[in-house]
Design a protein around this ligand. Structure first.
Ligand code: ATP
Ligand code: MG
Ligand code: MG
Ligand code: MG
Length: 445
């Protein structure tokens, strides 16, 4: 089967006879002509079978039988299909296959996902099949491109990818969202973040990034939260937060540009307006302080239905949605109150109540896609913080060591891959940004 041509490459075979291995995504036609929409994972393509050609090639009886079998191919039947590639402006793809022979490889009986509309629950139950649709294919192409561009960006800048453990004994972001499991008689947790390990990596190798699955027992049903999601967490030694913000902006612009340059097919398939994305590459990201963001939300409270907010409150999704719509470009919210952020963030040099950090909110109402900060470097400060946050000093002794042996200013951030995919594809819900989403009531398939 290795001699099959991929659909994405058919443009190189105009006028030639080729053989494809593909699935029948859809079919139409009547009388003497049958159209097959084929997919092979690289792209979609239309094949056309013409009855007189079959009779001419195979004789009356066999030719008719072959043509008839094409007309009755069920959706998702896998086929070996041979034909001549023709340039055709009328076809969306620009080319068509003029079928000369076809052989069924695997039958498909009563495929449940038909071209008609289905409800979300039904599609989620059939996620293993739903992935075969044009839209899901396009989303996964974008996801794959973002991953590729992530490695490209950080490798080009001298970052080493390190892998942080998934099973951990500690819980830096708080215990309510932790999945706990038994580890030979002692409690273990599925990692919520690789950050503390990334910090150890930065002290060892200078600039590192982790990229792996992270887990949070999110009980809320929002369109932004999965219980298992993938995070990219760069960490940089000898780096201020200011410099980290520049890396974040360059990185986000890089992945958007990569998707525009290399996945125009997918963006087109998803009806994503490329000019909107191009604007984010061309425009500097907005920066405002948490203080100003709260003031702005209060000022516009009367015209909106988000909950009233006081200085010190964390933003809910509706607040983030509003802010990110208001500015229309990716927006950094700087310096949140110390009390609502993680214990390891660096305190502000002149203000006691805020830490040096930022969330990056994606525009168009997509909310937070990055959380980042400069990290506290002082041993005694961090030790006191652990106590204050009710975390075990013994558990974090290794982390405190990083401040004991050559502590340096360092900063880092975490970008949620599925948040980025959802935004860049212009999708509504995060569940379609990962092949097999894990949600509050969804552990299968
Ligand atoms: P949120 O405020 O949206 O709950 P967070 O502040 O809890 O997010 P962080 O701990 O800052 O999230 O994690 C870093 C990044 O990981 C976030 O900016 C986001 O992109 C992503 N992320 C966090 N939680 C989830 C989740 N449950 N599902 C998908 N992505 C997530
Ligand atoms: Mg959260
Ligand atoms: Mg947040
Ligand atoms: Mg955050």
């Amino acid at each position: 089967m290795s001699n099959f041509v991929s659909i994405i490459d058919v443009k190189n075979y105009v006028g030639q006879e080729i053989t494809l291995g593909a699935w029948v995504a859809n079919k139409s036609g009547k009388g003497k002509i049958a159209f097959l929409q084929l997919r092979d994972g690289t792209a979609y393509f239309q094949a056309v079978a013409f009855k007189p050609n079959f009779i001419e090639k195979f004789g009356e009886a066999e030719g008719l039988a072959k043509f008839d079998s094409i007309k009755h191919l069920a959706q998702e039947t896998s086929v070996k299909i041979t034909g001549t590639v023709k340039a055709d402006d009328r076809s969306k793809f620009g080319y068509e296959l003029d079928v000369t022979d076809i052989e069924v490889i695997g039958e498909s009986v009563d495929y449940p996902i038909t071209p008609k509309e289905h409800g979300t629950d039904f599609l989620m139950d059939n996620r293993h099949l739903w992935l075969r649709s044009r839209k899901q294919h396009a989303i996964m192409l974008v996801r794959n491109e973002i991953i590729r561009a992530t490695y490209e960006f950080f490798n080009a800048r001298g970052f080493i990818k390190i892998d942080s453990p998934i099973l951990t004994g500690s819980a830096p972001e708080g215990t309510t969202e932790l999945f706990e499991t038994d580890y030979f008689g002692q409690p273990a947790f599925l990692s919520q973040t690789g950050q503390l390990y990334a910090e150890a990596g930065a002290m060892a190798f200078g600039k590192v990034f982790t990229f792996g699955p992270t887990f949070r027992a999110e009980k809320s049903k929002t369109r932004r939260h999965l219980t298992e999601f993938w995070m990219i967490e760069p960490e940089m030694a000898f780096t201020t937060h200011e410099a980290s913000l520049d890396v974040q902006e360059a990185y986000v612009k890089h992945i958007i540009k990569a998707v525009i340059d290399n996945q125009s097919y997918a963006l087109n398939e998803l009806d994503r307006d490329v000019t909107v994305l191009e604007k984010y590459i061309e425009t500097p990201f907005k920066k405002i302080t948490y203080d100003d963001a709260v003031a702005l939300l209060q000022e516009h409270q009367a015209d909106n239905d988000y909950e009233a907010i006081e200085w010190g409150d964390d933003f809910g999704s509706p607040h983030e949605t509003w802010i990110s719509n208001y500015f229309g470009v990716p927006t950094f919210i700087l310096n949140y109150p110390k009390a609502i952020k993680a214990f390891y963030m660096k305190p502000h040099p002149t203000r006691d109540d805020v830490v040096i950090c930022a969330d990056l909110l994606a525009p168009e109402g997509y909310g937070e896609i990055i959380g980042g900060s400069e990290r506290a470097t002082d041993y005694e400060y961090l030790k006191a913080k652990l106590v204050e946050f009710g975390l075990s000093e013994e558990e974090y002794a290794w982390y405190l060591d990083l401040r004991k042996y050559g502590s340096v200013p360092h900063s880092g951030f975490g970008l949620g891959l599925e948040r980025a995919v959802t935004w860049i594809t212009g999708n509504e819900h995060i569940r379609e940004a990962i092949p097999f989403p894990r949600l509050l009531h969804r552990l299968k398939p």
